[in-house]
Ligand binder design. Structure first.
Ligand code: GDP
Ligand code: IMO
Ligand code: MG
Length: 420
């Protein structure tokens, strides 16, 4: 049996914290897509750690953590991260498994990401520059190298061939950067990777499922960054939605049970692209400063705005969300008034549907106003003791989405979560 935790907005919903919290109920925690563009923050005691490649179950000593075939792997980041978690006493050599089918991010992929962004001028995607797009392009273009390839004696020859291909592309971009140092690190990390548990992920996970073990699939990014359904072209290059679990781990759809969608109590986005409920005023600054909304991977300030139920409803539909976790409710504590976007006005017409091309349209968010709770909720440990104004806010969201908000997270700490 497989449950899924994934983001319903534009990423950074708090997936890392929530996966770490729920991991105790599972045997296997598996990442199914994305790569080091992800930054999943969790707290171990009072120490903060941000994971980019390793699943967020790694701090539970008795759990298996799998990097699935749908992930793109930066071995240098992985090596660094393994060393970082080892400092917390994690036995990654024991608990971490990597699918041989996961594609490798090469130094030239990172250079190509940078070159491509530079060539776009004012139309930049705002990529994390981790090489995600070019690596997935090589996957679908049938050129890429996979983790399993490094056990082949021809690995270096294959690497050089691909590197030459990439060099020609870089020359076309007129991009010049000495990547010798990146390559040295890459080959060092490749040797490190050879010492980890490289497995046939699809047999590995299906055997576990057939034995009755419980799997938690951990999404990266968010549904509005999905390559098919997000705000294209301002998206990432993978399927971030629940369908990606099947192709990203090699499991059948009927094995999936709960789809747990994470949303913030408001909304953020990092990078370019449409964001109908964005606040460009002091309220946006308030959310950014109070919520410490600065990227976990790149440190960039996140754009902030009100919760967008049109986009959330769309995300619930395409994912089949069965329950919602709302994070960062505590960030709204001091606000007198809360706004909820319940429809868009596009060319004078009101709609509750996400349009085909959000970025070429003038979308005006239509709001309903709610009274803020004006109370510090960070130490509240039961829903019963949550302010009435919050219950009104949550009830409206439940009714609109037709999916229950089952948990409310009221602080970054491991145990700051309340069952609704
Ligand atoms: P992810 O990419 O979805 O895992 O999210 P990030 O880790 O990039 O960003 C979420 C940020 O919010 C992190 O700094 C978390 O520590 C923090 N966080 C998560 N849940 C809560 C919450 O309920 N309240 C507060 N104040 N912070 C939270
Ligand atoms: P987590 O898992 C927020 C955004 C980038 C950019 C776009 C494409 O922490 O939620 P990419 O590097 O993937 O080619 O960038 O997607 N992006 C994220 N935004 N959280 C993430 O991951 C993101 N991963 C990518 O900012 O706009
Ligand atoms: Mg993040």
């Amino acid at each position: 049996m497989v449950d899924v935790i994934l983001g319903l907005q534009w990423g950074d919903e708090g997936k890392g914290k929530i996966v770490d919290y729920f991991a105790k109920n599972y045997d296997v925690i598996a990442r199914f897509q994305g790569g080091p563009n992800a930054g999943h923050t969790l707290y171990v005691g009072d120490k903060k750690i941000v994971l980019h490649q390793i699943p967020s179950g790694i701090f539970h000593a008795d759990k298996i953590n799998l990097i699935g075939n749908g992930v793109v792997l930066d071995v240098v980041t992985l090596k660094r991260e393994c060393e970082a978690v080892a400092a917390f006493g994690v036995d990654y050599k024991q608990n971490l498994y990597i699918s041989e089918r996961a594609h490798l991010i090469l130094p030239t992929h990172r250079a190509l990401d940078k070159a491509s962004e530079l060539s776009k001028g004012n139309d930049k995607i705002g990529s994390t520059l981790k090489g995600i797009g070019p690596t997935y392009m090589d996957k679908t273009g049938r050129n890429g190298l996979r983790v399993g390839d490094l056990l082949d004696k021809n690995f270096t020859t294959q690497y050089i061939k691909l590197r030459m291909k990439h060099q020609r592309l870089l020359d076309n971009f007129n991009f010049q950067e000495d990547i010798t140092h990146w390559e040295e690190e890459f080959f060092e990390a490749i040797e490190f990777l050879k010492c980890l548990k490289i497995v046939n992920g699809e047999y590995f996970i299906n055997e576990k499922i057939n034995k009755g073990m419980r799997v938690l699939a951990e999404g990266a990014q968010g549904s509005m960054l999905d390559v098919d359904f997000g705000t294209f072209p301002f998206v990432t290059s993978s399927n971030t939605i629940s369908a990606g679990v099947c192709s990203g781990l090699g499991i059948a759809p009927q094995k999936i049970k709960e789809i747990i969608g994470i949303t913030k109590a408001y909304c953020t986005r990092v990078g370019s692209g449409p964001f109908p409920t964005e606040l460009m005023d002091d309220k946006g600054d308030f959310l950014r400063n109070t919520g410490n909304e600065f990227g976990s991977t790149t440190g960039r300030p996140r754009r902030c705005g009100w919760i967008d139920l049109v986009a959330l409803n769309f995300a619930c539909m395409i994912n089949g969300v069965t329950q919602i976790v709302m994070t960062k409710a505590d960030i709204l504590d001091e606000l007198e008034e809360l706004m909820v976007c319940k429809s868009y006005t596009i060319n004078g017409k009101e709609t509750t549907e996400v349009p085909f091309q959000m970025n070429r349209m003038q979308i005006e968010a239509v709001y309903q106003s709610f009274k803020g709770w004006n109370k510090n909720i960070s130490a509240v440990s039961s829903y019963e003791n949550m302010p009435g104004e919050m219950k009104v806010y949550i009830d409206f969201i439940n009714t609109y989405l037709g999916v229950p908000v089952k948990y409310i997270s009221n602080g970054p700490g491991r145990e700051q979560i309340v069952s609704a």
